[in-house]
Design a protein around this ligand. Structure first.
Ligand SMILES: [Zn+2]
Length: 644
């Protein structure tokens, strides 16, 4: 591929339907196609994933995309399948797949159907996967969310540090690393760890000149304030983020009661309703989404005109990411935080909630063994469903610190806790293929669905087959909700068995049970992370309490970008300007004295006077009128002189 430049714009149009590249996407892709290691720093919403998606389609072999979150992988795989007729085009491998699903993935890869394979570092480093990948032609490696490599990044994952040696073992190919966290420390750490210090770096600016940042006091009438804000922006799309699911539902109801077309969105809702609300927002059937931060990952609505944070965000990284969902079309958009002084206490309380005492963590570990009746030395590779409410009820815990304790145990390598995991939907026809004629009288939508299923998946009459409602929706022109309902209907008629996907938290033992007292939680996993967590919280508090520095500048500074200019449109810029207007009010008394002083030495025309005492012409006229009215000066033939 090196040496010859292909017309990328045509390919972009061809595969993704876009007419032009965003920012420096094209240069990045050319660099990767030329076989060079590539380092990409790009803010959320800049179009990071396209930088490896498009080359993967153009190059021979399969691209390995190392990505930290199962939910993200799934979104991306679904998205790629929507761009292609071939479901095998993209796959992921992780611990949620059963053996037959993994076999399917492998056979697609070996048959050359798969251009993108998503893996978490934990799966990449598994011996069996390494052995398999050695047999595969790999076009390049992409490390997405590469800040996870850095202990200075906000979600450090120790497994990420093994990526380079594993790549060397599997077989060398160009490497592209991408991150939206651009602090200089993180950047250096990533490059060093991936052995790509020589890589060409593509850094996009993190400046968003169309965003109007603002921090408003959260008053006792906060809901009314929000309603007023929304009504001042009629028929505009907006997102309101709240920290708790409860608040999300309350606020959505209040807005609806006030005639605002708003819906809730949070991880606790059933997935059909959630998807429906998201689709309705995208299709502009509703104006406002009230959501927890779970909303927005992987959605790209260009004309969101405001993002309001009802509660103070946890970090500036998170804040930057969430506000990045506003104004993607480049038009003016608002990013507003509502801040009450009491939020400071709430935020500080997050520290012990996120980093409970080490003894507490060990207790949770111990109780988990009772919960699963796991004997000492047992447990390696065991996968168990985990119901946190049930666990907390049995052992009298609060869920939040338990969740944190399990995350820390995950970091420390004792187990793998996946709080939210999507299992894929499956179906199996319980009638025979030659009985399909029975389905003829069920309407056009059903016809389209059945046809799409039969065309897209093989083996649906013999075994449970993984299906994807989103891609079926695209293929049939129906909504995801309709697909879901049709499948449920078929299930009720005993024509198919349908297992809709569900979110089930899992605990996977990555080593056998040890005595709680022998659990070692290293400073890298606990003390260092806790210190960085505190630093991030303090940076967030600085941002909301600051009233002297431009907010846009503060954010850029945080991401290591020097910017000499104030944005001129955030609330601090505006209030600084109005303050300086007051203080810049010229001191008229002093000017009168100065003018009299000059004129007492020599008589001058107004123009001559201006030369000696430069000032605004209008202001001079005003001063002269005043002195003349007071009888201190007169003008004779246009020459000003002191009245004796
Ligand atoms: Zn500003």
């Amino acid at each position: 591929m090196a040496g010859k430049k292909i017309n990328l714009t045509d390919q972009l149009k061809n595969y993704f339907g876009f007419d032009t590249f965003k920012g420096n996407q094209e240069a990045i892709i050319q660099n990767l196609l030329a076989g060079n290691d590539t380092f990409v720093l790009m803010p959320t919403g800049g179009g990071k994933s396209l930088c490896y998606q498009l080359p993967s389609l153009l190059m021979d072999g399969t691209a390995i995309v190392i990505s930290p979150l199962i939910a993200l992988m799934k979104n991306q795989v679904d998205a790629m399948r929507n761009f292609s007729e071939e479901d095998g085009i993209a796959h992921f491998i992780n611990s949620s797949l059963n053996k037959s699903a993994i076999d399917q993935v492998k056979s697609d890869i070996l048959a050359g159907r798969t251009k993108l394979l998503y893996v978490a570092p934990e799966s990449l480093t598994k011996e069996e996967n390494v052995e398999f990948l050695k047999t595969v032609k790999i076009s390049f490696y992409a490390v997405d969310e590469a800040h996870c490599i850095s202990e200075w990044g906000h979600d450090f994952r120790p497994e990420y540090r093994r990526i380079r040696p594993i790549i060397n073992e599997i077989g060398k190919a160009p490497l592209i690393a991408l991150t939206a966290t651009a602090t200089p420390k993180v950047q250096h750490d990533i490059q060093k760890n991936l052995g790509m210090v020589e890589a060409q770096v593509f850094k996009s600016s993190f400046n968003r000149p169309n965003l109007y940042y603002e921090v408003r006091p959260k008053t006792a009438n906060v809901d009314k304030d929000i309603i007023k804000f929304i009504k001042n922006n009629p028929e505009k799309s907006g997102i309101i983020y709240c920290l708790s699911r409860k608040k999300v539902e309350e606020l959505a109801e209040i807005l609806q009661a006030n005639g605002i077309n708003a819906r809730a969105y949070h991880a606790g809702m059933d997935s059909a309703t959630r998807t429906q609300n998201q689709d309705d927002f995208l299709m502009e059937k509703i104006d406002v989404i009230v959501a927890t931060i779970a909303f927005g990952m992987g959605i790209d609505k260009p004309d969101v005109r405001y993002v309001i944070h009802y509660d103070i965000p946890k970090s500036l990284e998170g804040y930057y990411q969430e506000t990045g969902r506003a104004g993607r079309d480049g038009e003016k958009a608002y990013a507003v935080i509502l801040y009450a002084k009491s939020d400071k206490t709430t935020l500080h309380k997050r520290i012990p909630d996120t980093f409970p005492e080490k003894d507490y963590i060990k207790d949770v570990y111990e109780h988990l063994q009772y919960y699963y009746q796991m004997a000492m030395g047992d447990g390696l590779e065991c996968v168990r469903e985990f119901n946190i409410e049930d666990f907390c009820r049995k052992f009298k815990y609060f869920p939040v610190p338990v969740d944190s304790a399990l995350r820390i145990l995950t970091q420390a390598g004792y187990l793998e806790y996946t709080a939210e995991q999507d299992s894929t939907s499956r179906i199996l026809f319980t009638i025979r293929r030659d009985e399909l004629y029975r389905l003829r009288e069920m309407g056009e939508d059903m016809d389209r669905l059945i046809q799409a299923v039969l065309r897209s998946y093989t083996g649906v009459f013999t075994d449970y087959t993984y299906i994807n409602e989103d891609s079926l929706a695209v293929r049939t022109g129906l909504t995801r909700r309709q697909i879901y309902e049709l499948l449920v209907h078929l299930a009720k008629l005993h024509i198919v068995n349908y297992i809709p996907h569900k979110k089930t938290p899992y605990i996977i033992y990555t080593r056998e049970r040890v005595e709680a007292q022998r659990i070692h939680i290293s400073p890298e996993v606990y003390e260092h992370r806790k210190a960085r967590y505190e630093t991030r919280i303090n940076a967030m508090l600085d941002y909301v309490t600051n009233d002297t520095v431009c907010r846009s500048r503060m954010l850029l500074d945080y991401f290591g970008e020097r910017n000499e200019h104030n944005c001129g449109q955030c609330d601090t810029c505006i209030s600084l300007r109005s303050k300086s207007k007051v203080s810049e009010q010229p001191d008229r008394e002093a000017l009168c004295t100065k003018v009299c002083g000059i004129l007492s030495r020599e008589s001058l025309t107004p123009a001559g006077l201006l030369k000696q005492l430069p000032m605004d012409k209008e202001l001079l006229t005003e001063i002269l009128h005043r002195l003349s009215d007071e009888g201190k000066i007169i003008a004779v033939d246009g020459i000003l002189q002191i009245r004796k």
